[in-house]
Design a binder for this molecule. Structure first.
Ligand code: PLP
Length: 273
């Protein structure tokens, strides 16, 4: 596979990043996952805005967005697939161990993966660990994902594909790599950004296109909601058929099915909404 690194396309087998890259040694990096359909990135402008916001939140230099756009186009052209996900990684770069930040400038890698479509429904578990709604990294899409890796392993142990977190005050927050929506009395609700969740791009589009409301929701809402669904770049809109030991309908419920349809139609009609 061809990837982008340090300003050029390279073979992924031989591309090398320093062992002293701060993305590796201390997790000082940010990322984006961007869906690409028939070689065209979806909602790229929104992803680049979030990349810049994350960089600023971490104190990294602003990414060169012209280079990032060129990198995405070059990687997609070199690896033609009908459906894929670009993975943009941007780190503090490399420097001496113990230094605050790399001293050779940031590292930008763009690669491609995620060529499969997720099933329409999935199982989720809740985990006892909390998202910190007031942390230094809250809302930033950083590469410090180890907590999500641990939670996802817990989900897999229980035959689920996602783990949901509450925050420190017991409110529903998000999944390891997705946002969560619930349907109550026919209305769609999702936790507000103040819950500590990531400003998911799929979340924003689904909320805009379905009129979903931002609502503080207790974690227990998962026991009562008529329908539950997840949103993310990898999942699009995906219904939940089991949460912990509670079974919901095996097929997407009517409100979720409508949200799925709306998302599919609107995103096909506008590649950069
Ligand atoms: N929440 C977290 C923690 C994520 O990592 C992601 C995506 O990776 C999302 C939510 C969903 O965001 P998006 O819809 O932009 O993919």
């Amino acid at each position: 596979m061809k990837i982008w690194l340090d300003g050029a396309l390279r073979d992924s087998e031989s591309a090398r990043v320093s062992v002293f890259d701060h993305g590796l040694t201390v997790g000082d990096g940010i990322f984006e996952t961007v869906k690409a359909v028939d070689g065209r990135p979806f909602a790229l402008t929104r992803h680049l805005d979030r990349l810049t916001r994350s960089a600023r939140g971490l104190g990294l230099p602003d990414p060169d967005l012209d280079e990032v756009r060129r990198a995405c186009a070059a990687v997609l052209e070199a690896n033609p697939v009908p459906l894929g996900r670009l993975r943009l990684t941007y780190t503090g770069g490399h420097g001496p161990l113990g230094s605050d930040r790399g001293d050779k400038g940031p590292t930008l890698v763009v690669a491609l993966g995620g060529t499969t479509r997720r099933p329409d429904t999935t199982a989720v578990v809740t985990v006892p660990w909390t998202r910190n709604e007031r942390g230094a990294l809250t809302g930033l899409k950083t590469t410090s994902y180890a907590e999500n890796v641990v939670a996802l392993a817990r989900a897999h142990e229980h035959g689920a594909s996602e783990a949901l977190f509450g925050n420190t005050v017991g409110l529903l927050c998000e999944g390891t790599g997705s946002n969560v929506f619930v349907v109550l009395d026919g209305e769609i609700h999702t936790p507000p950004l103040a819950s500590g969740c990531l400003a998911g791009i799929t979340r924003a589009l689904v909320a805009e296109w379905t009129g979903a409301k931002e609502t503080d929701l207790p974690l227990d809402v998962l026991r009562e909601a008529d329908e539950i669904f997840l949103t993310s770049t990898l999942r699009d809109v995906q219904a939940v058929h089991r949460v912990d030991d509670r079974e919901l309908s095996a097929a997407p419920g009517p409100v979720t099915a409508k949200a799925m349809r709306i998302f599919e139609e609107r995103s096909a009609a506008d590649i950069d909404p």
